[in-house]
Design a protein. Sequence first.
Length: 315
Amino acid sequence: MNWQASPSAPRRPLRVAPPAHERQGLALGLLGVAIFALTLPMTRLAVGTPAAPQMSGLFIAMGRAAVAGLLSLALLRATRAPLPRRGDWLPLAATALGVVFGFPLLTSIAMRHVEAVHASVIVGLLPLATAAVGAVLHRQRPSAGFWACAAIGAALVVAFALLRSGTQGLAIGPADLLLLAAMLCAAMGYGFGGQLSQRMRADAVICWALAFSLPLTVPLAWAGRPAVAVPAAAWLAFGYLAVFSMWLGFFAWYRALALGGTVRVSQVQLVQPVLSMLFAIALLGESPDAATMGFGLAVIATVFIGKRMPVHAAH
């Protein structure tokens, strides 16, 4: 008996599971996003409001980088990490410009004038910007389905942020422009940092970027130090920003970009604004509602579908 299938019989496409390193990259990316999700609410606590100012934006941004830089020096010495190669210095400078100076400074200044929920309207577009930078740097060509999922996810995030922001909407003010510039800085820092993580340890990437920045971050932090007593809650928020947002979070994030690819892993960031809003509810006293859970589940579903869309290497 001939058991061979008929040539005319349709063949079912095989479903190939993502490689183990890609799954690990997505898991680490989610860990990094969870750490970063507290950044905006913690910055709001540390910087205060126009009516009740706490620390200056300059001190929060440069102070957290200075603390993380000193921790980085200790870790680099303890692990006897080799100096970066000559060809890595320029990407390290671009990484530092984006995530050590640009994003922290711009967001710290902006967050005194807008709530964390409103800030997510702009920062919610970060996955698309990161994917675009990653596609250029890593010569990747995402499929149309991948970009469609990314766009839908970003639209969901923006729609939810608009719903939570009430009457503020998308009126472009100075703080919004600062947040937009911060988002672009973060995308650049993520892209170049992810590229470096392909040939350096992920922790070494952020540690060297922070260590090289110390000659600037330390004196700038000292210049912006608080002149009056600051509540303990603001110092605790500053401590989180220094140790987790500026340091440990990047250990997981850059390793995730190296394992799973910048274009694909960047889409995990779509969950970050939703998590930030949930944290803002707990820390800033906002009331939860059904829309929070509904949009959160919708965004997570979009990420789940989008990470299965093909991403090809450009020829």
